[in-house]
Design a protein around this ligand. Structure first.
Ligand code: DHB
Length: 392
């Protein structure tokens, strides 16, 4: 016999968005269960982006998740743009009095999972057979837990926080979705390397061989990315070729790339996607389940946390009134930031990546665009404001 329970909110997906929502709701007196098909270990060991906007840092600290980000993260008050063999610093502090924090997403996840465990939250990893029925009227979540016990959970609201391949999004009939997307003719090859940092801050590189990005993890571990093709075969990228390419793309100005031992390689896909139907009956979608951005600018996690901050304000009012139309306020408020971030991520991407057709006009146009940023405070202020995150 399945174990039956009732709970106000059932959340599918225990990534940072699902866990943060569960945490915020608990602080507002609302119980939830979070189910996740992956193991905690698998999520903790998957490399993800590492830049937190200051609003995300504030949320982690002020909402009592953890202040580890302040102790172990690194505040960055700027980035460098490199093109034409020269580097130019964008000074966030001076331009918009703001900063970002380098703190990998896996650590945000660990802090949230620990906080949920500390506060007695109900988070189930390694579940199977997840299904949702009747999300329009009286939602039922079914799953089998890691010990093989079957569960039937009746919830007032179901939250799909289950990533870009979302099962929950599939519950919305295609004809009722408002989907917008674009694809890009490139991807990133990402590496982790045991090496000293080559710079104090992140370096975004435009070169005639394509984009590169130097990011940091610890004094001895660095994260770097190279533009490649979407169907790139990692077997074609032995370590020597990766270093050769990174050195060539960052060359100039006496810049010396510190190399080392590559410990991980992967291909990151590029896609921009928004489904404006973020609510369907008693189902709501958050984070990558509702929208994705290309990785340039590291906005994915930040945007997911912004969604969840709005939802944690809207859900308690929907539950208190019993009127699920209150949930419509979530998309109305969230979509403003979503489209600003979609626009920013698209802009950074198209400004820094080479088109595969090698269009010479486009390369000169990009350099013109980069010049108008680095030679003018008015030009760079938009980048600084968007990168560090809009206040609202
Ligand atoms: C990182 C990833 C990004 O996509 C980015 O724009 C900056 C940094 C990172 O993994 O550190």
């Amino acid at each position: 016999m399945p174990i039956e329970s009732r709970i106000p909110v059932a959340i599918v997906g225990a990534g940072p968005a699902g866990l943060m929502l569960s945490h915020l709701l608990a602080r507002r007196g609302i119980e939830s269960v979070v189910v996740e098909i992956r193991s905690r270990h698998e999520i903790e060991t998957t490399n993800r982006a590492g830049v937190l906007e200051q609003g995300a840092v504030r949320m982690l600290v002020d909402e009592g998740v953890s202040d580890r980000v302040l102790r172990e993260g690194h505040e960055h008050e700027g980035i460098a743009l490199r093109f034409g063999g020269h580097g130019y610093r964008i000074d966030f502090r001076r331009l918009v009095d703001a900063a970002v924090w380098l703190y990998p997403q896996q650590q945000v996840f660990t802090d949230l999972a620990d906080a949920r465990a500390r506060d007695g939250g109900d988070v189930r990893f390694e579940v199977t057979d997840v299904s949702v029925e009747d999300h329009l009227t009286s939602p039922t979540l079914r799953f089998t837990d890691a010990d093989g016990e079957q569960h039937v959970v009746r919830a007032d609201i179901i939250v799909g926080a289950d990533g870009s391949h979302s099962y929950c999004r599939g519950l919305v009939p295609p004809a009722e979705r408002r989907e917008y997307f674009t694809t890009y003719p490139y991807a990133w090859l990402g590496i982790l390397a045991e090496a000293p940092p080559s710079a104090d801050e992140l370096v975004y590189v435009h070169s005639d061989r394509g984009f590169a990005l130097l990011s940091q993890r610890t004094p001895t571990v660095q994260r770097m990315y190279l533009q490649c093709t979407p169907d790139e075969d990692l077997a074609q990228w032995p370590d020597d070729r990766i270093w050769e390419e990174l050195i060539a793309r960052t060359a100039g100005d006496g810049f010396a790339l510190a190399t080392g031992t590559i410990t991980e390689k992967s291909i990151l896909p590029f896609r921009s996607y928004v489904d404006e139907t973020m609510r369907h009956g008693r189902l709501v979608l958050v984070g990558d389940a509702a929208h994705t951005v290309p990785p340039t600018g590291a906005k994915g996690l930040n945007l997911a946390l912004a969604d969840v901050g709005i939802l944690a304000d809207v859900i308690p009012r929907a539950l208190a009134s019993g009127d699920m139309d209150v949930l419509d306020e979530y998309a109305e408020r969230a979509l403003d930031r979503i489209w600003k971030v979609e626009s920013f991520s698209y802009w950074m991407t198209q400004m820094l990546h080479l088109r595969p057709d090698g269009d010479a006009f486009d390369v000169h146009r990009q350099v013109g665009e980069l010049r108008r940023i680095v030679t003018s405070d008015r030009g760079s202020a938009y980048l600084a404001e968007a990168y560090t995150g809009w206040a609202t």
